[in-house]
Design a protein around this ligand. Sequence first.
Ligand SMILES: [Zn+2]
Length: 153
Amino acid sequence: MHDVPDPEVPVLSIVDLGVFRKVEENEGTFDIYITPTYTGCPAMKAIEEEINRVLKREGISNFKVKTVLSPAWTTDWMSDEAKEKLREYGIAPPEQSTEEHLKALITGNRRSVKCPFCGSAETRLTSAFGSTACKALHYCDACKQPFEEFKCH
Ligand SMILES: [Zn+2]
């Protein structure tokens, strides 16, 4: 599963993201449980295809990919290593836990997102949606670069 990349952020595996939940052996068949990062995220179909491709390459064909929607995926499932990889890739990682993020949304005290390139907090949101619904677009006033943020949810 560490070899299965996330189709949207290829530097991250589905294990890094926390999308891969568990594998269970069931009468000679492996049930692979995955949880989408976003309900209806179009990447899920691609992830399933990637799992198929990687396992078939390893000569494994007795498996089924199962989607688990509850509990819902949260950015809290993303490992610290994954967040560091995101930053190196030029995407601001989610920094807050989902609960803190929800509180900030309700109170309107949303922290500015740190620029993944220079680390400055002098950034502003330019679009709530980036190249995919899971990301937002920001602009860094310090280094004058636009960047994407992997949104907390
Ligand atoms: Zn910057």
